[in-house]
Write a protein that binds this ligand. Structure first.
Ligand SMILES: [Zn+2]
Length: 154
């Protein structure tokens, strides 16, 4: 999934990692012959690449980023009370990850361009920011969705 570079940090080996707007990191080290990114070695070079787009494979596999905190959750929905908006294609906004929690029954989760995922009782699935998706009950189901973001460091 296309993500924007919003900052940088260094990992434990002092290699530069780009912070993406999905809260994933991606290494941008310069290794001649392997990764030709001389820009990552200087502060000026890194600054010049802020706002550039990288392809985030971790979003593609719905990997939940580290360090996020839940800030809101929906009521528990059943097959009869699922809001219509969830049955149609929709997205969470930039900066918000969703996590579907199935309490009982069976729910189909359909992230756009990917295989449909069947969630059973006590299973969860992650929803990356801005990824089109919808859900559908398969028989009876009880589930809720929790929303996460990265706490702002003061
Ligand atoms: Zn990502």
């Amino acid at each position: 999934m296309k993500r924007k570079i919003v900052g940088y940090h260094q990992d434990e080996k002092d290699d530069w990692v780009a912070d993406l707007d999905c809260f994933h990191g991606q290494h941008v080290r310069h290794e001649p012959l392997f990764f030709n990114r001389p820009w990552s070695a200087t502060a000026e070079g890194r600054k010049s690449k802020l706002g550039e787009i990288l392809d985030c494979k971790r979003c593609d596999v719905l990997e939940f980023p580290e360090g996020l905190k839940e800030y809101k959750r929906t009521p528990v929905f059943t097959q009869d009370t699922i809001p219509k908006g969830l049955l149609k294609h929709h997205t969470t906004k930039l900066g918000t990850w969703g996590k579907i929690h199935v309490l009982e029954g069976k729910l189909l989760y359909n992230p756009e361009g990917r295989e449909s995922i069947t969630l059973l009782s006590s299973q969860t699935a992650n929803i990356p920011p801005e990824m089109q998706h919808d859900v559908a009950a398969d028989g009876s189901v009880r589930f809720y969705v929790a929303f996460y973001t990265l706490p702002i460091e003061v």
